[in-house]
Write a protein that binds this ligand. Structure first.
Ligand SMILES: [Zn+2]
Length: 303
């Protein structure tokens, strides 16, 4: 890998669950709470949000790996969204206690938290009542720890049927799929995960990236990922293209009742971040070096 050009310039996400506490945390409903910006929304990834990436981590929190991922995100100042399985939060084991702490830390560090069901079952294989129970138990498990319910939902395996969709709509959830997959359940080395995710980022040009914070190889891939993204950005700048920014997922959520089809418009601060990346890349390259664009980059970014 070529030497890294510069740290990423990143925009921090809004506070994760901007709603007041729900008392005992057991019976949260959207009648009790003012819905935050990510509630009752929709997220479309076709066409992909150009030049913007939202990082998501599923299936945690994990006492073994989530802390490493949180620390790396903090080092980079990168916002992320964690889709949580609430079965990990209950009980008296040391791991469960640690995982409750990690969930709270995700929010304390400014990340978003979403519901990924209680037990990670394939919802479309379950009877309607069991689908609802998976969703509601997942919500309550998170609310019990945080004192706030989640408003984002990702179905396990990206699959769900009409009964689940009805429950989610009634409870004000925004359903979040992805268009860039790291394939980290299957590619069990940091290098393979990195190659896969960078290839998909080049193909898609932006969007929602799927990782899992439960794998040690994903935790090990994350510093490589940020370094590769910084290099990719310098290649882009050299090719006269805009660098990619990591932003909060909330930037991609539009109201379900209308609004623009693709909400991820570039803001003034995005333009400023891009300008700073481009400047740092030019400085890092120096006036006498060869251009960093190679044939792979030209193929990946046809004009
Ligand atoms: Zn999952």
């Amino acid at each position: 890998m070529p030497p890294r050009c510069l740290p990423l310039v990143l925009a921090l996400a809004a506070p994760a669950l901007a709603a007041p506490p729900v008392g005992d945390g057991g019976a949260a409903s959207d009648r009790d709470l003012p819905a935050p910006r990510v509630a009752h929304g929709r997220l479309r990834l076709r066409p992909p949000p150009r030049g913007l990436l939202a990082l998501t981590f599923d299936d945690g929190p994990s006492a073994a790996t989530t802390q490493t991922i949180l620390d790396e995100l903090s080092r980079e100042g990168a916002p992320a969204t964690f889709f949580v399985n609430a079965y990990r939060l209950g009980g008296h084991s040391q791991a469960a206690a640690r995982q409750r702490e990690l969930l709270a830390e995700e929010v304390a560090r400014g990340h978003l938290v979403g519901n990924h069901t209680f037990d990670h079952q394939r919802l479309s294989d379950l009877p309607a009542a069991a689908q609802e129970k998976e969703i509601v138990d997942g919500e309550r498990g998170i609310a019990r720890v945080l004192g706030q319910r989640p408003w984002l939902f990702r179905p396990p395996y990206g699959r769900m049927a009409a009964p689940a969709a009805r429950v989610l709509a009634a409870r004000g959830y925004t359903v979040v799929q992805w268009n860039i997959s790291s394939e980290d359940p299957y590619l069990r080395t940091p290098e393979k995960v990195l190659d896969q995710v960078m290839a998909e980022i080049r193909r898609e040009g932006g969007g929602v990236v799927l990782f899992h914070d439960t794998h040690p190889w994903t935790a090990a891939a994350l510093p490589l990922f940020f370094a590769a993204l910084a290099d990719e950005n310098c290649h882009r700048v050299e090719a006269g293209e805009e660098p990619l920014l990591v932003v909060g997922l909330d930037r991609f959520v539009a109201p379900s009742y209308g609004g623009p089809r693709n909400t991820a418009q570039w803001s003034d601060s995005d333009r400023e971040a891009r300008r700073r990346i481009a400047e740092a890349c030019r400085k890092a390259r120096g006036p006498d070096q060869e251009p960093v664009v190679d044939e792979d980059v030209r193929r990946a970014h046809p004009r």
